[in-house]
Design a protein around this ligand. Structure first.
Ligand SMILES: [Zn+2]
Length: 456
C-alpha cells in the first residue's frame, strides 16, 4: 500500500478540528471554554469527565485535544487522529483517509469507510455558573494598593482632590478585588446581583497590562476550580458593571472596551446618577446578548469604542437596531490629539488631560509620583481588618466550613467577616469595604444571601 505523502498528512491534520470529529460521535455541550459530553470509552453517566478543548484554543494551551478524567488517568487523550484511531479502531493512514473524506482533502485512492453521521439533537443547556458572593467580598478584602499593582497605579494618577476622595468608593462600587499574587480581580456580576465570572488581570506598575500574562478566570484558579466546577456549567459573562443598573435607574449607560477604562471614567466624572460606565472586556467582546438586559430596561446606551474600533462598534449598533443606542465619538472628536496615537483609548486621553491640566479637570500640580502617593496615603479610607477566626453564633457548621474553604482558595490571608444574614446590622459591618458591597448590592431584588450558602 502506498505511503501517504507527509505534506498530505500535514494538510489533513491541520484541517481537522477536534470538536467536529468528536462531535460526530458524541453529543457535546459548551462548558466554559471547553466542551463536554459522555465519554465514549467508559461507562460514563455524567458530563464533565470527558473534556474537549476546541481548536479555537491555541495548541500551546491544549487546544484541539480531548481527554477523559476517568479513563485517561494513565496518560492518553489526544488530538483528532488519536480519537478516531481509538474510537473507530482505524490505523493511522486510515484515520488520515477518513479525515480527508470528512474535510474534502484528497488523500489517495485507498477506499475508507466514511459515512457522515446524522445531525444530532441539541443537548439541554447546563446550569449557568453562579459564584457565591463570599468570593466577591473575599477578593475585595485583599484589594489594597500594597497588594494589587493596578490599585497602586490607579492611586498614583494625578486626580484632583474630589476625584481622589471618591476613588476608594469607585473601587468598592465596582467590587474590584485582589488576588494573592498581585493581580486585580474584575467581577462580572449580572443585573440581578449574581456573580457570574471574574477576570484576573496582571498589570505592570506603569498601568499597562502585562502582555506576557493571559487574563485568568476565577473558576480556573487552583482551589476555586474544584469548588466552582466550571466544566459542569455554562459560563455567562455579563458586562462589567451590570450590577450597577438597578442602583442607578436613570443613568445613561456608557460602554467602553476595558474594565480599567470604565473605572477611570467612572471616577473621573463621578456623576453616577447621570451616567454609569460598563465594560465588555475588549473590542470583539461586545455581544448582542450581553446588551439585552439594558434593552429590556429601556436604557439609553452610548458605545465608546477606542479610536481604532469605531467601525466595529457601529456595526454592532446597526445590527442591534435599538433606537436608544449610539456610538459616541464626541469625546474623541474634541479631546484626542495626534500625540495620543491611533491606539489611544479614552482613559489614556483622560489621564493625559489630568496630567497636563487640559480639559474639564484641573491638574494637581507638578507633584512627583511619590508626593502624590504620600498625599494619597493620608486621604486614604482606612479599612481596619478584623482578624477574628471564630465561628459566629448565627452561622451553621456547614456554612462556616464553606466560608473557610472559600477563604483558603482565594488567599492565605486572615479570615474576616463571615456571617449568614443577607444584610448584617450596621455594627457588624465594621469593614467599610463590605458595607459598600452591601449597599451596592441591596438595590438588587434577590433572594441570594450576601454571606452563607446560596439557596436556590
Ligand atoms: Zn472516559
Amino acid at each position: 500500500m502506498p505511503k501517504i505523502p507527509d505534506e498530505v498528512v500535514k494538510r489533513v491534520i491541520d484541517r481537522a478540528k477536534i470538536e467536529d470529529v468528536v462531535g460526530d460521535f458524541v453529543t457535546l455541550r459548551k462548558a466554559g471554554v471547553n466542551l463536554t459530553g459522555l465519554c465514549p470509552f467508559h461507562d460514563d453517566r455524567t458530563d464533565g469527565n470527558f473534556i474537549v478543548r476546541p481548536s479555537t484554543i491555541p495548541a500551546r494551551r491544549g487546544g484541539n485535544t480531548y481527554h477523559c478524567f476517568v479513563c485517561m488517568r494513565r496518560g492518553g487523550g489526544g488530538g483528532p487522529v488519536d480519537f478516531l484511531m481509538k474510537h473507530e479502531r482505524l490505523s493511522f493512514p486510515d484515520a488520515i483517509r477518513w479525515l480527508g473524506k470528512k474535510y474534502s482533502e484528497p488523500v489517495d485512492d485507498v477506499p475508507v469507510n466514511y459515512t457522515p453521521p446524522p445531525p444530532r439533537p441539541k443537548p439541554a443547556p447546563l446550569p449557568v455558573l453562579e459564584i457565591p458572593r463570599p468570593y466577591v467580598g473575599r477578593t475585595m478584602e485583599i484589594a489594597t494598593e500594597r497588594t494589587v499593582v493596578f490599585i497602586y497605579w490607579l492611586r498614583g494618577l494625578p486626580w484632583d482632590d474630589e476625584q481622589k476622595a471618591r476613588l476608594q468608593q469607585t473601587l468598592w462600587m465596582y467590587c474590584v478585588g485582589g488576588w494573592k499574587d498581585g493581580r486585580v480581580v474584575f467581577w462580572q456580576i449580572d443585573h440581578n446581583g449574581i456573580p457570574r465570572a471574574a477576570k484576573l488581570m496582571k498589570y505592570l506598575p506603569d498601568g499597562h497590562r502585562d502582555k506576557q500574562a493571559h487574563p485568568g478566570w476565577i473558576y480556573n484558579q487552583d482551589g476555586c476550580r474544584q469548588q466552582l466546577d466550571p466544566d459542569k456549567h455554562e459560563i455567562m459573562k455579563p458586562l462589567f458593571g451590570s450590577h450597577l443598573l438597578s442602583r442607578y435607574p436613570k443613568a445613561v449607560i456608557n460602554i467602553v472596551e476595558s474594565e480599567k477604562t470604565a473605572i477611570i471614567m467612572a471616577n473621573y466624572y463621578g456623576n453616577h446618577d447621570a451616567q454609569i460606565w460598563m465594560a465588555c472586556g475588549g473590542l470583539k467582546f461586545l455581544q448582542l446578548d450581553s446588551l439585552q438586559p439594558l434593552i429590556d430596561q429601556g436604557r439609553t446606551i452610548w458605545l465608546w469604542p477606542d479610536k481604532d474600533g469605531r467601525d466595529d462598534w457601529q456595526e454592532v449598533c446597526d445590527k442591534l437596531g435599538y433606537d436608544k443606542c449610539r456610538v459616541y465619538t464626541h469625546f474623541f472628536d474634541t479631546c484626542w490629539t495626534p500625540a495620543d496615537g491611533d491606539k489611544a483609548d479614552i482613559a489614556d486621553i483622560a489621564i493625559r488631560m489630568m496630567r497636563t491640566g487640559e480639559g474639564p479637570r484641573k491638574d494637581t500640580g507638578t507633584k512627583s509620583r511619590g508626593q502624590v502617593r504620600d498625599s494619597l496615603a493620608k486621604n486614604q479610607a482606612t479599612c481596619p481588618p478584623d482578624s477574628s477566626t471564630a465561628k459566629p453564633d448565627n452561622v451553621t457548621d456547614e456554612e462556616w466550613a464553606n466560608h473557610l474553604a472559600i477563604m483558603k482558595a482565594i488567599g492565605d490571608y486572615e479570615i474576616i467577616h463571615p456571617g449568614s444574614e443577607p444584610f448584617m446590622p450596621e455594627d457588624e459591618m465594621a469593614d467599610p469595604r463590605l458595607r459598600w458591597m452591601r449597599d451596592t448590592l441591596r438595590h438588587i431584588k434577590t433572594n441570594h444571601k450576601l454571606y452563607g450558602n446560596q439557596k436556590k
